[in-house]
Design a protein around this ligand. Sequence first.
Ligand code: HEM
Length: 427
Amino acid sequence: MSQLTIERRHDDINLSADELWTGSPELREQQFAILRRERSVSWQTPMMTPTMKLMGLKPPPGYWAIVAHRDVSTVSRTTDVFASSVGGVMFEDLPPVMLDQAFLLSMDEPKHGKYRRTVSSVFTPKRLKTIQEQISNQARIVVDDIATCTGEIEFVSSVSERLPMWTISEMLGIPEEMREEIRYAANTIISWNDPDFLQGRDPITLMMTAIGTLQQRCFELIEARHRKPEDDLMSALIAAEVDGHRLDDNDIYNFFALLCAAGNDTTKQTTTHTVRALSQNPDQRDYLLADIDGRIDTAIEEFLRWASPVMNFRRTALREFEIGGVTIQPGEQAVMFYTSANRDESVFDAPNQFNITRKPNPHLAFGGGGPHYCLGAHVAKMQLKAVITELYRRLPDLTVVDEPEYLESNFINGIKRLHVRFTPERR
Ligand code: HEM
C-alpha cells in the first residue's frame, strides 16, 4: 500500500468533535443532514479520544465520512477495495488486545468466509427453534418481574439490559453461577469509554481485567464441554466442521467475546429507543396494539432504523476508489455512518418521522450489506419481537416520564437511563 502524501483541508463540520457524541442524537443528525445534502463524502479531522492519548496512539491525517445510504452500501459491499483486516474497524483506534476480540469483524475474504461458514453452521433450524423458545420464556420472566411493581421503573436496568446477555448465556450454555460475572465483564467491554461507568477508574486496566475474566471463564467452559458435550452452542462450536475447517479453542473464545460485545448493547439500545419512540407517538403505539401479531414484523424494521444502535464501522482502502465526487487513496480510512444512512431523505420519505408502517424499509442498522452483515440479525429480531410484544400486551399504557440520559459514545447510540410509568397488573 502506498504512503499517504495528499494534504487536504478538513471539513468545516467536524464529526470527531466530542459534543456530537455526548448529547442527543438530534444534534448529530442536523450535521449529517447538511453533509448528505452538500458533500456526501467529506474529509474529516481525525478522531483523538482521551484513551487514544493515554495509549500513545497517533491519529491518522484524517478519514473519509461516508454518510449517504448508497455510498455506505457501496463501501460495505466493495470488499476488494475496502478492507476490514487492516488498521481496525472501529471509528477510533483501539489497543491491539481489543482488535483481537473483533474476530470475524476484522477479517477479510477468503479467511472471513471460512470462519463465518463454520460458526454459522451451528445455527441449525432446530437450534434456532430452541433459541426462540428460550427468548420467549426470558421475555415473559423479564415482564413478570416488573408487571406487579409500583408502576414506575428505570427501564434500561429493569428491562432492556436483561434480555441480551441472558439469551447469549443460555444459548451458549453458560452455567448460572458464572452469568453475573460474565455479564459485568461484557458490559465493561462496551462501556469502557463512558466516564459515568469509569468513575475515575483507568479504562485500560478495567478493559484488561474484563478481557481476563471473559477468557478465564470461557476457557473453563470449553474444557468442560470437551470433556462432556452438552446440547448447547458451545459444544456445537467445538464439534463444528465445514469443508475440513474447525475452530480451535482460541477461535471459540474470540467468537464468544464478539457475541458478548455485538449481541449485548445493540438489542438493549434498540429496545429502549423503541419504548421511547412508541411513548412519544401514541398513535403509532395504538395502531400496533390493534393487531400486534399482524403488525410487529413490519414495525421491527422501523424500530431498527430509528434506533440505529451501531452508529458506524470503519474500513481501510486497499486501492484508489472514486465515490461521492472524491477519490479515496490507498491506506485511507472510510467511516460508514449507518445512523446517517438511515435518515437519508433520498431513500426514506420523511426520515425523521417514526413510522411503523414504513414498507419497504431498507435500513442499514445491521450494516450496509456484504459479507459482514450482522450474523445475529435473526436472533436480534426474535428478541425485539418477544420483548415488545410481551410488554405492550400486558402493560399497554407504558409511558416514558422523563428525558433520557444518553451514553457518551461515538459508536453506540445509547440511552443509559429512562424512567417509565404504567398501570401495574393486579397481583
Ligand atoms: C439490534 C441488534 C443488532 C444490531 C443493530 C447489529 C448490528 C451489527 C452491525 C452493524 C454489524 C456489522 C455489519 C458490517 O460490518 O457490515 C454487525 C455484525 C455482527 N453482529 Fe450484530 N447487531 C445486532 C445484534 C446482534 C446479535 C443479537 C448478535 C449475536 C447474538 C450479533 C452478532 C454479530 C456478529 C457475530 C457480527 C460480525 C459479523 C461478521 O463480521 O461477519 N449481532 N452487527
